[in-house]
Design a protein around this ligand. Sequence first.
Ligand code: PEP
Length: 261
Amino acid sequence: MMKPKIVIGNWKMNKNFDEAENLICEIGEKLENYNLETEVVLCPPLVYAELVTDIADQDNAQFYAGVQNVSEYENGAYTGEVSAEMLASMNVAFCIVGHSERRKYFGETNDIVLKKMLRLLANDIVPVMCCGESLDERKSGSHFDVVKKQIEESIYNLTPEQMERTMIAYEPIWAIGTGETATPAQAQEMLAFIRSLIEKKFGTEMAVSTYILYGGSCNAKNALELFSQQDVDGGLIGGASLKADDFIKIIEAGETVCKDN
Ligand code: PEP
């Protein structure tokens, strides 16, 4: 039996305050009539986190609050940074770590990704650890090795208790923001591989229960086919999470797959 899906919206660095407030309210209102199995997480820019936590904290809330980044450090003299403890004190429940854009533009290494995950876990926030290969790596056939190294150098350092509270998102870099999606078969193949890595280190039960998502040009049109793959537990959605109707269609795809299984 398939687990309920998880759909996470990564807004990246988009929307001014009014636009962010409107989009959060629009998604909130549109989801009011649903009785969702699918778990939904909104990750707006950090500065708008409270707009999401305000609604996510309500009893009938249909989504959780997430953010896109956290400091690898605890509190103190780290100008401009935001700690996991601060996020937890605002009831932020999820945080993306190791997104390829952070690895590329902000020098985030597997070591830093691990430190951030540990800060989050210490504060009861679910890390959503991103991994994935570049186009060159895919073309040269090294994509499995690249992802394996990313997993081994971060996830493999967690205790089983920490792993239980961690999610993984496979995002091939060549599919992010490009409109080019991995085929359902490519997504399934890599997610099954990642699950086998989890099984090797943490055992079968953990491998089955770990949420592994696909991300990269997932949209209202292709979500159903992607989510129907055996090992795809949901999606990390960039561009298509910026429009309420598109995002909700992706959530509906999650619901459809869940009800059909
Ligand atoms: C992302 O950045 O996490 C992402 C999946 O982006 P997009 O959906 O726009 O490809």
